[in-house]
Ligand binder design. Structure first.
Ligand code: FES
Length: 157
């Protein structure tokens, strides 16, 4: 099987390996590094990770599909994950999601035709004290309002 992941990925795994009790324990960091490199986790990449750490690809898929932070399908350049859990819901998250859907012309779980934006809802991001919150790629945005959301989206357009 031809390798998809880069030498940089394998170098990173080599450096991390001594920090973990077993090679299998590298699974989450490996998924994270692969996603950082490719943007999502295609089946052949999960297979490659399984082969590298010595587990069946189905086990890799099981773990990757458990965590919402792993993308099992391609996402846009800007990945908006709006928390809709209790604290955020009580502070207007649903309205924010609807606002984003209208503004971007997509529904939850979809990506714009130009592959620029993907809109997901997310479970608690641990920012309940500053709800409503969302992650935009790896960055947090908190105390959101529709006006703040507009400013964020305008900067990205
Ligand atoms: S409920 Fe949204 S950050 Fe906790």
């Amino acid at each position: 099987m031809a390798k998809i992941l880069s030498t940089k990925f394998y170098d990173r795994m080599k450096k991390l390996e001594p920090r973990y009790p077993t090679k299998v324990a590298l699974l989450l960091p490996a998924l994270h590094a692969a996603q950082e490199e490719i943007g999502w986790l295609p089946p052949d990449v999960m297979e490659e990770i399984g082969a590298h750490i010595g587990i069946h690809p189905a086990q890799v898929r099981e773990v990757a599909s458990f965590y919402t932070m792993y993308n099992l399908k391609p996402v846009g350049k800007y990945h908006l994950k709006v928390c809709t859990n209790v604290a955020c819901a009580l502070r207007g998250a649903e309205g924010l999601v609807e606002h984003c859907e209208k503004k971007l012309g997509i529904r939850l779980g979809e990506t714009t035709a130009d592959r620029k934006f993907t809109l997901y809802e997310e479970e608690c991001l641990g920012a309940c004290g500053t709800a409503p919150a969302m992650m935009l790629n790896d960055d947090y945005h908190e105390n959101l309002t529709t006006q703040k959301m507009d400013q964020i989206l305008e900067k990205l357009s």
